[in-house]
Design a protein around this ligand. Sequence first.
Ligand SMILES: [Zn+2]
Length: 488
Amino acid sequence: MVGIPTLPISWTDALPVLESLRGSVAPVPWRGALPVTYRIGPGPAAVRLRVSFDWNLVPIHNVIARLDGRERPDEWVMRGNHHDAWVHGAEDPIAGLVAMLAEARAIGKLAAKGWRPRRSIVYAAWDGEEPGLFGSVEWVEHHADELREKLVAYINTDYNRRGVLQAFGSPSLQALFTEVTQGVDDPLRKVSVYRRKIAAELLAGAHEEQDETSRDFALMPLGSGSDFSGFVQHLGVASLDFSFVGDTAGGSYHTGYDTHDHFTRFMDPGFLYTRTLAQISGRLTLRLADADVLPFRMTAVRQDIGTYMDEVVTLLAERKQVAERHNRLLAAEVFRIAPTQGEYAAAPAPLAVPPDLDFAALMLADERLADAAACFDAAIARTAGNPPGPDTVASVNRLIREAERRFLRPEGLPGRPWFRHYISAPGSATGYEAKTFPSVREAIESGDWAAAQQEIGRLARVLTAFAGHVGKGCSLLQPDAEATPHDE
Ligand SMILES: [Zn+2]
């Protein structure tokens, strides 16, 4: 990793710097839109930058509100959105925050009439998100023990504007998310939010056919970049994060142009998608808070894990192909003979060809998970017309609550102990973007084969434990389970 100091500056400040550069013309992808010939230097002009920072320490304030549940006050469903902004923050975070407040107000009206959810609902307006998720991460660390015990799920929203719903989340919540988005209409297209999403994926070539009966609303894996990070990556709480995007250009994002005026004229006139966001998050919150048996499913978890498994196997095979081809070309002196312009100073070095790695333990764990997940979801489906007794429901709910925690290892990911989730994490060098099977994938990417093999073993143990956990849920739900002792 190279530590290069970085400082965003305005184009008016950048223009004289760019104009003063000489040297080769920059490759096309490096060029911007300013009216200069982009060159890569070096020099000849030297630039002296005077930078002033505000190093003041100031307090930040999270605002937390809780409505206690009538039956299970010690099971919490949590909703959050940050309230701090880079400048005015109309789109990010206020559009998401007002949606959450509208939702909380609606639930408050129900509560004023005497209604109470089955579980407790906790609302959080986080501070210090933009400079580094400070409010939510400090809160998560401070309340870690209580949250591990009580938290069922965390639902995050953030920025919002007109467009197609984009959603990230734990795949155990995918079935619920699909159902909820099928029941809320896109305010401009007059079809469900779900249908618009599938149509957008079709247009982008992601699917061949529009098959609405068998396709879930696909949740993308959680990386980082908003307040869900502490919940899922540090505590192992099943989480969701979603927003509408895409109908408008995003150029005002995180700038001084993200104002109320700009937002109401261009980003979401009439607050149509602000309301739709509240409808979706509100229904998710109420469904999770009021369900008898928690609406989690495990088949989608197994499907995603199967995909990630194929991806790392393919990644290794590709690395091998690339290295072997490179070395063949090198042996044939292609790098010396072929160049048409100039000469290579030296032939490139040969590439190390990856060894075969043994994925058997991982595949075995995946098979066990496939069986356990199918059994669990079938058993859950049977409870619809034939609800199990209260003791079984309590045990199954606890098991569901703890399922995501099984993806953590207490020592964390290699080189970054705070991140403990072994299925999905932000990449070490990708910023927000998620890497699935991060420990194995990054070991392969960096060519550390011993580490890769060791991480395959660790990940297989995580998945085997998870499969065992889901299998236990399946046994609990068998008809005679009420009489069977269990060790939960
Ligand atoms: Zn934000």
